[in-house]
Ligand binder design. Structure first.
Ligand SMILES: [Fe+2]
Length: 267
């Protein structure tokens, strides 16, 4: 069983690269389940829309995760309650629309849990991610409640992501970070069998500042006249990880970084 997890899709270039290539990549790489973080997919580079979600589902995505920008396109607040395949971070302050965890049944009858979390350091205020994780681990067990568990940890700093990875070691199939838009080179299987990479990277144009127009972004740092951030529009690279999962144990047997198209070196 192979899961493809793709990092934050950014703007039109990220969406079109995904929509135009995912079907072929699924069949070439023999992927069984696809999870994508879509929280920057709208044309403005923040939030996502109902139309984008449906485009993603129609091109082979099984589940969309999000993060701090989840509500930036207001229509999603209503849509998320009707669409079980769209998640928001579980540790948002309640009450909040939607859910942060869901179990999905694959065609092969495998139960895949997907948990969306958000970090506390340098992020929007939300409930303590370690407290929420502790509760989750007490409530749900791998191979009892689901065959596989994927955790998308949407956070800014590597130490917090690293700690969550180890905290879920042996209790999840994959823990992968999102949000920084830069892939880290540390894909590995942790001691107790959980696949891990600190950040999946983005699906967007890398000739940019984390997906945003680079000239405008530099001008903002220089405090020159500048516009609101807007996405770069060159060819996107799709970035993420491919994890081979042992359905008997719920743990991972292999993890490889996935890089396709655009500016980054392809694998
Ligand atoms: Fe984010």
């Amino acid at each position: 069983m192979k899961i493809l997890f793709l990092g934050d899709v950014v703007g039109v270039s990220g969406c079109s690269k995904l929509i135009n290539n995912l079907f072929e990549e699924i069949s070439k790489k023999k992927i069984d389940f696809v999870i994508v973080n879509g929280e920057n997919a709208a044309s403005q580079g923040v939030g996502l829309t109902k139309e984008i979600c449906n485009d993603f589902f129609n091109c082979g995505v099984n589940v969309i995760t999000t993060g701090n920008h989840v509500w930036d396109q207001k229509e999603i607040m209503e849509f998320i309650d009707k669409e079980e395949r769209l998640l928001r971070p579980k540790n948002l302050f309640e009450p909040a629309p939607g859910k942060g965890f869901q179990i999905y049944n694959t065609k092969q009858g495998i139960k895949i849990g997907v948990l969306n979390l958000m970090g506390n350091v340098f992020m929007k205020k939300c409930d303590d991610v370690f407290e929420i994780s502790k509760k989750f681990i007490n409530e749900y067990k791998l191979k009892e409640d689901f065959d596989l568990l994927v955790v998308d940890f949407h956070g800014e700093i590597t130490s917090e992501k690293n700690a969550i990875g180890h905290y879920f070691d042996g209790k999840a199939t994959l823990v992968v970070g999102t949000h920084t838009h830069i892939p880290t080179n540390d894909a590995r299987i942790l001691k107790a069998g959980t696949a891990y990479q600190t950040d999946a990277g983005m699906c967007g144009d890398y000739d940019s500042v984390i997906g945003m127009n680079k000239e405008n972004s530099i001008n903002r740092f220089l405090k020159k006249n500048s516009l609101k951030h807007f996405p770069a529009s060159g060819e996107a690279t799709l970035c993420g990880v491919i994890v081979k999962c042992d359905v008997e144990t719920g743990l991972a047997t292999d993890i490889k970084s996935y890089v396709y198209g655009g500016q980054l070196n392809n694998i």
